[in-house]
Design a protein around this ligand. Structure first.
Ligand code: GAF
Length: 379
């Protein structure tokens, strides 16, 4: 779609990225997370075309276009196309009728940076088609179909956090999400004198997807072992540290530390939610640092660039907490930084990172915002 086609679109969908204050790799263990959508998003311009089944997708940032036929949805060899095709596949498999459409996509979410550009794309497609073809699908079902699309078409056995945050967030709140029941508690956020600063390492190690699936399988192995005694354990969410310790000799050291991380991280999320209620930002910051330690040493999903930035933060008293965010192996750190010092901190981090890795750090100060918004045009 060109600019003129943008102007003739029927709908614009604003599909945001997300941050996660704490609770990493807990979602697919039926645990808790504390994310929110942010004020950085993908915009999708939708228009029905008159064809019964031919559709086209144009990505402005990649300057790439592809077309497909709704009667023959196949996986593509091009990764970003699968985020779109997977959602179409899910909608059709769930019995929803689509017709030909064109969509043009603009993004200010850098891909591979841990702020869920992929979930924003999947959910943006699902939400836009839902609106345009009046499918009346509840938002939560779009979330589940988008997650399934990523699992089946992209191959990442992801949890539900990213899609949920992108679609279901509310302004100025964090969501304490129980990933088993999808019960959501919206916690209003007033960060007072603090900013949430994202530092983007600009690295995205190729391990990310395969190691992600390996971690998930490792967690499932621990559950299978514990079920020999505890048959009501269905996920690591049901396991306590004393229960895990009982099984230490039956687990490899690697499996033991993976599970220890997940169990500890789950309890950190619940504590972090309390700190938000109490506005105890020092305690929150400490939990963020503890989370990073676990991700680095026990879950082993960090990398030297992320560790460097978190260590750099530790030397600055105006940074209350910092940790890697998202799946890991690159992407962003999230830090809680005193407002007055944020620009100084960002400049210092930029210089230090440049000196260490000869790479230019990107930074963003982000706000928790509402999930997907849709604007109808030309009515
Ligand atoms: C990725 C996944 F998509 C999420 O489901 C979640 O597991 C996250 O990594 C780690 O917390 O963003």
């Amino acid at each position: 779609m060109s600019l003129t086609q943008h102007l003739s679109a029927d709908y614009i969908v604003y599909s945001p990225g997300r941050i996660n204050l704490i609770g990493e790799h807990t979602d697919y263990n039926d645990g808790w997370v504390l994310p929110s959508a942010i004020n950085k998003e993908i915009k999708l311009y939708f228009k029905e075309n008159s064809h019964p089944s031919i559709c086209s997708v144009y990505s402005q940032s990649l300057n790439k276009k592809f077309s497909f036929d709704l009667t023959n949805i196949q996986k593509s060899t091009v990764e970003w196309e699968n985020y779109v095709l997977g959602v179409i596949d899910q909608l059709q498999k769930n019995g929803f009728n689509l017709k030909g459409f064109d969509v043009s996509i603009e993004s200010d979410l850098p891909s591979g940076s841990g702020i869920s550009s992929s979930a924003a794309l999947e959910c943006g497609i699902g939400m836009g088609l839902n609106e345009m073809f009046q499918l009346h699908i509840p938002r939560e079902d779009i979330v589940k179909m988008a997650q399934k699309a990523e699992q089946t078409f992209v191959g990442t056995q992801c949890g539900v956090m990213d899609q949920y945050a992108s679609v279901m967030s509310k302004d100025n709140t964090f969501i304490l999400l129980d990933c088993r029941s999808l019960a959501a508690t919206y916690i209003p956020v007033d960060l007072d004198n603090y900013n949430l600063v994202l530092l983007n390492t600009k690295v995205s190690h190729s391990l990310a997807s395969s190691e992600y699936n390996t971690r998930r399988a490792e967690c499932e192995k621990v559950v299978t072992t514990l079920r020999k005694k505890y048959d009501d354990v269905n996920a690591l969410r049901d396991v306590t540290l004393p229960m895990l310790n009982e099984f230490k000799e039956y687990l490899t050291p690697t499996l033991f530390k993976r599970a220890k991380f997940v169990i500890s991280e789950n309890s950190r999320v619940l504590k972090a939610a309390e700190t938000l209620h109490q506005k105890d930002f020092y305690a929150l910051g400490n939990l963020m640092y503890e989370s990073h330690n676990g991700l680095q040493h026990d879950y082993e999903v960090s990398c030297k660039e992320l560790d460097f930035l978190v260590d750099f933060s530790r030397y600055n008293k105006a940074v209350l907490g910092s940790r890697m965010m998202g799946g890991g192996f690159g992407g962003c750190t999230i830090s809680l930084v005193e407002k007055g010092i944020s620009s100084f901190f960002i400049d210092q981090a930029y210089n230090a990172y440049k000196k260490e890795f000869n790479l230019k750090l990107d930074s963003m100060i982000v706000q928790p915002t509402s999930g997907t918004r849709i604007q109808k045009l030309n009515s």
